[in-house]
Write a protein that binds this ligand. Structure first.
Ligand SMILES: Cc1ncc(COP(=O)(O)O)c(C=O)c1O
Length: 374
C-alpha cells in the first residue's frame, strides 16, 4: 500500500450512532486523496428567486479540485485506493469519447505517477476539444471503439489491452464502469457515501436541510448517496436525473446494493425505491437540449454558476420543470448537487449554441423554457 493511502479522516459525529457506524464501515476501505474536500455548499438566492418561492442550495462538486473537478474525483479516490493496494501502475477503463471520466482518470494517474488507457466509445474526432483535449494534454492513451459494439466488446478489449500492457511491464488495473455488476462500480459509489456524510455535516452546521436533492446521475453517484441515505435514515428525498441511459433505476439499484454489501449495511434496494428520471436526456445522449441550454444560461446569469448542457444542465432543467408542474411546491428547500462537467462548455457544438443566443446589442436575453415567477 502506498504511503499516500489514507483512511477516511475521522469527522465529528454529528448525527448519532447510524452516522458513526457508517463512517466506521467506510474507514475499512483504502482511499487515495485526490480532491479538495469538503466542497462548498452555497446558497443560490437569485436562482431561487428566478424559479419562484423556493430555496435552492448548490453542493459544488464541480470544485472537487482535480483538473476541472467533478463527481469522478470522489469515485476515483476509492477505485485508485484499491488499484494501488493491488500494486497497479496503470488504469484501463472506458467511456464515451466526450465524457468526463477519461479526463479525471488521466489527472489521477498523472498525480500518482501512473498511466491511463481508455477505450473510448465513438469515432476519433478530427480535432480534439473539451474533455478529450484535457485528456490529450495529460497524455492519456486511447483506443476508439465503434458506438454500437462498445458495450458488448468492452470487457474483451480491456482484457486484451491488459495482456499487452502486462507483457510490456505495466501492472494494469481494469476499472470496469460498463458492467453494473463490476466490483469497480461498487467501490466508486463509496465516494458518494462519503460525500453524503460530508454534506450532512454541512447541513448540521448550517442548520438547514433540504426537502429534496436533485442530482445528475445514471449510475454511481446516486447509488452511493442512496446507500448512505438508507443507512442513516435521513428524511429528504433523492431525485436522480439521467443524462445518459433511460431506465437507470435498475443499474443504480445493483450498484447501491453492491456498495451496501461492501459496507455490510442491512438495507437492500429494489428498483421501485430509486427515483431516476429519463425525461430530460433529449433525443441523443451527450447533446444539449433547448431546456438544458436554458437551464445552463439561467444558472450562469443568476449566480455566475457554470453548469454544462449535457449533464448538469439537464438536472437543473428537471428542477425547473418540476417547479413549473408543481411537483416542487412553493416554499420547498432544494439541494442541487452539481456533479461537474464544465469542460463540455468548450465543445464546439455547445460553444456555437451559446454564441447563437448571445446578443451583442445589450438588450436582455429572454429566458424561455422557464416557469412564471411568483
Ligand atoms: C458531469 C457529470 N455529472 C453526472 C454524471 C453521472 O455520473 P454517475 O452516473 O456515475 O453518477 C457524469 C458521468 O456520467 C458526469 O460527467
Amino acid at each position: 500500500v502506498s504511503e499516500s493511502t489514507a483512511k477516511n479522516p475521522p469527522a465529528a459525529d454529528t448525527n448519532g450512532s447510524k452516522f458513526t457506524r457508517l463512517r466506521q464501515s467506510l474507514a475499512n476501505f483504502s482511499r487515495i486523496p485526490l480532491g479538495v474536500f469538503p466542497t462548498p455548499l452555497d446558497p443560490c438566492p437569485r436562482l431561487s428567486a428566478a424559479l419562484g418561492p423556493i430555496e435552492i442550495y448548490v453542493k459544488r462538486d464541480d470544485l472537487t479540485g482535480l483538473a476541472f473537478g467533478g463527481n469522478k474525483v470522489r469515485h476515483l479516490e476509492y477505485v485508485f485506493g484499491d488499484a494501488i493496494q493491488r500494486g497497479a501502475t496503470a488504469i484501463i477503463s472506458g467511456s464515451n469519447a466526450h465524457a468526463n471520466l477519461p479526463r479525471q482518470v488521466a489527472a489521477a494517474c498523472a498525480k500518482l505517477g501512473m498511466r491511463s488507457y481508455m477505450l473510448l466509445r465513438g469515432d476519433k474526432p478530427e480535432h480534439v476539444s473539451g474533455n478529450l483535449l484535457i485528456y490529450a494534454l495529460m497524455d492519456g492513451k486511447c483506443r476508439f471503439v465503434p458506438l454500437d459494439s462498445f458495450y458488448n466488446d468492452f470487457s474483451r478489449l480491456a482484457d486484451e489491452w491488459a495482456f499487452e500492457l502486462s507483457a510490456a511491464g505495466e501492472r494494469p488495473y481494469i476499472f470496469d464502469d460498463v458492467d453494473p455488476d463490476s466490483h469497480g462500480l461498487g467501490l466508486a459509489a463509496l465516494g458518494y457515501v462519503n460525500a453524503l456524510l460530508e454534506l450532512e455535516s454541512q447541513f448540521q452546521q448550517l442548520k438547514w436541510r433540504p426537502d429534496v436533492i436533485y442530482m445528475c446521475s445514471a449510475v454511481t453517484s446516486q447509488a452511493g448517496v442512496a446507500a448512505a441515505m438508507a443507512a442513516t435514515e435521513v428524511s429528504y428525498r433523492l431525485v436522480g436525473v439521467s443524462a445518459r441511459n433511460p431506465g437507470a433505476a435498475s443499474t443504480i439499484t445493483k450498484v447501491a446494493n453492491q456498495a451496501s454489501t461492501l459496507l455490510e449495511l442491512d438495507h437492500r434496494f429494489t428498483p421501485e425505491e430509486i427515483t431516476n428520471l429519463s425525461d430530460y436526456i433529449g433525443p441523443i445522449y451527450g447533446k444539449p437540449t433547448p431546456e438544458s441550454m436554458a437551464a445552463t444560461r439561467l444558472a450562469a446569469q443568476t449566480e455566475g454558476l457554470l453548469l454544462d448542457p449535457v449533464y448538469t444542465g439537464k438536472a437543473l432543467a428537471a428542477v425547473i420543470d418540476h417547479v413549473h408542474q408543481g411537483l416542487i411546491e412553493p416554499g420547498s428547500r432544494v439541494l442541487f448537487w452539481h456533479t461537474g462537467g464544465t469542460p463540455a462548455l468548450f465543445d464546439p457544438e455547445v460553444a456555437l449554441a451559446i454564441e447563437e443566443r448571445w446578443q451583442h446589442d445589450g438588450s436582455p436575453v429572454p429566458l424561455d423554457h422557464l416557469p412564471r415567477q411568483g
